[in-house]
Design a protein around this ligand. Sequence first.
Ligand SMILES: Cc1ncc(COP(=O)(O)O)c(C=O)c1O
Length: 426
Amino acid sequence: MHDETVAIHGGYTADATRAVAVPIYQTVAHDFIDHEHAGRVFDLETPGFHYNRINNPTCDVLEQRLALLESGVAGLATSSGMSAVTMAVLNLLEAGDNLVAAPQLYGATYTYFSHVLPRLGLEVRFPRDDSAGSLAALIDARTKAVFCETVGNPACNVIDLAAVVAAAHDRGVPVIVDNTVPTPLLWKPIEDGADVVIHSLTKFIGGHGTTTGGMIIDAGRFQWDAQPERFRNLIEPEPAFHDVRYTQEFAHAPYLTRCRTVGMRNTGANLSPFNAFLHLQGLESLAVRLPRHEANARAVASHLITHPAVAWVSFLAFEDNPYYELAQRYLGDRVPSIITFGVRGGRDAAIATFDGVKLFKRLVNMGDAKSLIAHPASTTHRQLRPAELEHVGITHDMVRLSIGLEHPDDLIEDLDQALAAAARQG
Ligand SMILES: Cc1ncc(COP(=O)(O)O)c(C=O)c1O
């Protein structure tokens, strides 16, 4: 079936009530038939639900639906995008190991990798740029994964994913990729060889700025067994869960099964059934929302590029964008509705523009039906030092826009008045 259809029907078969909308199973646990049934469910030998920190029927539909859209074999819903990032990397890394990551990342992910994981004895290696060669050069025997974003937030860099996957696989290492910005409707990273895909559902998939959520999807293809030493936590008996050998007993999705039974079971970062329901509502209309987001963004970006108070505009649909060719290759003619631009006059002018908008909402989300404005250097990336800001591609004059579903003329009028007010202050 096509994406539009999967986004509405995937993973759901009505129960005896024949409810058309996916029911919200607001329950902590599920009644076992008897002790034998309980044992089989606990050992994951029989399909079933036991305790909602580990699995839930409403979340299950969302997990199946997104796994289908991403061409993966299994999904795990999490409470937010950051819990998905955390669980995805901790599922592989042990003290003394390292992760190789592209430098242009969402601010909290970058901070977590550069300042939190190292204190746990987990090294994160960032090359100077996001090319396959630079990433591959940092891989060694203790590297457990390469991590990148398909389209980076907020720099909107596009990763050459097929090249990164080829280089990582050549060295025996899987690729974990955050596909939040394009969503599977614009890019399916597993089809380019990615091994694990993660999402912040909080953005375009939820789509209305109401609900945090995350997802981890397993492509189910990586040959963990080929390297028994590097991936022993997926191969050897797991003491934290019934001595299960994931690659043998859950060969279709060993990585994801460990995420659920060790990562989720211990962190408790599960998505609530109600929030899963809200993300299912968002997913149903994603295919009709994205083209409108994009058309509005094209109109706003085309206006900004001619504006005298604007120093530069970075938008993936523009041919002068350094990532234009990669965007064409991986996204086709589609682009995410994220625009960054520089305000003439630098940091003060950018902040005055941010302060001056009346219709745009000043906040640090994206993918909402409402248009949003952010000043990354003073918000999402506030704690980064000057060298780190440069490394991740953030400048002080940079304003980021997430273009929503309003009429584009109203958005343009609002930006014009804010830029004019900023120029008057300067
Ligand atoms: C690319 C990307 N990944 C992960 C996250 C974290 O998601 P959440 O805010 O749902 O924790 C974000 C949030 O902005 C993001 O943009």
